[in-house]
Design a protein. Sequence first.
Length: 230
Amino acid sequence: MTRVLVVEDDRQLVRALKINLQARRFEVEEASDGGSALRIAAARRPDVILLDLGLPDMDGVEVIRAVRGWSRTPILVLSARHTSEEKIRALDAGADDYVTKPFSMDELLARLRAATRRQEAPTGSAAAPEVTLITTDEFSVDLVARKVRRGERAVRLTPTEWHLLEILLTHPGRLITQRRLLLEVWGPTYAEHTNYLRVYMAQLRRKLEADPSHPRYLITEPGMGYRFEP
C-alpha cells in the first residue's frame, strides 16, 4: 500500500484528502507543520509527500530542501501561491510537481499516480542512471554511448543539444526549471537567457518529435521550464 504524507494545516482540506486517498487504498499520515513533517518523513519513509507551502512554523520550501538532503521521495506541492516565481522556487528546491489551490481531486490523484509510477521506475540517479537506454515510439537514446536514433537513422546532436536532452531524460516526468537548465548547460552568465532554451528545444523537437509543433515527449511548461514525458 502506497504511503502518503499530507503536510497541511487546513484541517478541512486534510480531512477531504484523507477520505479521498483512503478510499483509493492509500495509507495516509498527516502533519500540520514543517517540524512534524520532517520527523514523520524520517521515521515513516512515505512513498509520496503532499506539501503545503504556507506552514505555521516554516516555509514549505525549507521542508523540501531538508527532505532532499537525504531522500528522493516525490514531493507534490499544494499551494495557493500561484506566481511563476513561487513555483520555480519550490521546483528548484526539489519539488517534483506543483498543484495550485483550489484544485480538482481528479487532477491531484492523476498527478499522485504519475509520481508513484516514476518512483517505482528504475531510473537511478542523475549522475549514474541505471537505465542507460531510453526508448520511445519515435526515438531511442543510449546515454552511455551518447547516441540517438530515429528508427534506423542516427541523429546527430550538437554538444549543447545533447547536454540539454540528457538532463531531461535523466529526470523523466519531472519539470526542470528554465533557470536550472540555463545554469547547467550554459553557466551563470546566461541564467536569464530563456531565448536560448526556446531555440535549442525547437531544434531538439525538429530532430526527435514526429510533430514538432505538438510535441509528445519534450514538453513545455509555459514560463516555468521543460519536462521529458516517457
